[in-house]
Design a protein around this ligand. Structure first.
Ligand SMILES: Nc1nc2c(ncn2[C@@H]2O[C@H](COP(=O)(O)OP(=O)(O)O)[C@@H](O)[C@H]2O)c(=O)[nH]1
Ligand SMILES: [Mg+2]
Length: 253
């Protein structure tokens, strides 16, 4: 472990062999020192082997978690959070897609804002943010999910479904990660719901979201269905007031 690294980026991968080399080299070239945790679900295209080569060359910076099969994006994030907190003693853990939808160039600004906010979202829906090259279906899906999450759950962030995030350590330590029921994409909404309920402060850095450069999306129709179920479940929990509600926490560094 490299003592000067206290921020780790979790990159969940399933068939991202065409993207991984470029992504890891861009991340390691950033003017901030970062570690990387690749969480690969035994990708048939060999992404896990590629990640192992990076870990062998840069053991101080690149870590790989291998899981036996495709188990969902949410559980991949959780595996990365647990490893980052327990084994790497991370002060901040970030999440991003491997497909360049989330451009590494925004990371320094996200880290800077984490001095004032507990959670930082790389956000499409704040001034200066947006999406390019995305199909209308994709934009509609994202905006629709975001609208529903905000109105049904009372989420205050502008971009509630973004997977490009930074969490300070104390945020992740406050969340019962084993109790999160979403295994897939709706994990993002569930996590934000729990964070907001605990009074953690959320900041947003504008990003331009680009459609993936290579490879195929893993969002399926059943995934969309499960996300609707998640929002319904959380909505009912909100009505029952089941989550602890705490006043806004100050940021202490
Ligand atoms: N480890 C793991 N990664 C996944 C899984 N599903 C998606 N991913 C990764 O999560 C990120 C987001 O998935 P992607 O297909 O780009 O979703 P989209 O951008 O919303 O279409 C990518 O880096 C995927 O490779 C999964 O089940 N396990
Ligand atoms: Mg993507």
């Amino acid at each position: 472990m490299n003592d000067s690294v206290d921020t780790y980026v979790i990159v969940p991968t399933y068939n991202e062999a065409d993207n991984l080399d470029d992504l890891l080299s861009q991340l390691l070239d950033l003017p901030v020192s970062l570690g990387i945790i690749v969480v690969d679900d035994n990708s048939p295209d060999g992404t896990g082997d590629l990640a192992d080569k990076w870990a062998a060359e840069r053991p101080d910076r690149v870590h790989v978690l291998h899981r036996p099969g495709k188990m969902g994006l949410g559980t991949a994030y959780i595996a990365g959070f647990k490893f980052g907190l327990a084994e790497l003693k991370a002060a901040r853990l970030m999440t991003m897609d491997a497909d360049f939808s989330h451009n590494p160039r925004y990371i320094p600004d996200m880290i800077a804002l984490s001095q004032q906010k507990h959670i930082v979202i790389g956000s499409r829906y704040v001034p200066g943010g947006g999406s390019v090259d995305c199909s209308w279906k994709r934009v509609l899906l994202s905006k629709g999910a975001n609208f529903v999450a905000r109105s049904a759950l009372g989420l205050k962030a502008n971009d509630t479904t973004a997977g490009f995030r930074l969490y300070r350590r104390e945020v992740l330590e406050s969340i019962p990660l084993n109790q999160i029921f979403s295994s897939g994409y709706s994990f993002l909404v569930e996590m934000l719901f729990m964070c907001q309920r605990r009074g953690w402060q959320v900041g947003e850095v504008p990003i331009i979201f680009e459609d993936r450069r290579r490879g195929a999306t893993k969002i399926s129709r059943s995934e969309v269905f499960r996300a609707q179920y998640t929002i319904l479940r959380l909505f009912l929990r909100r009505l029952r007031g089941g989550e602890p509600r705490r006043p806004a926490e100050p940021v202490t560094s």
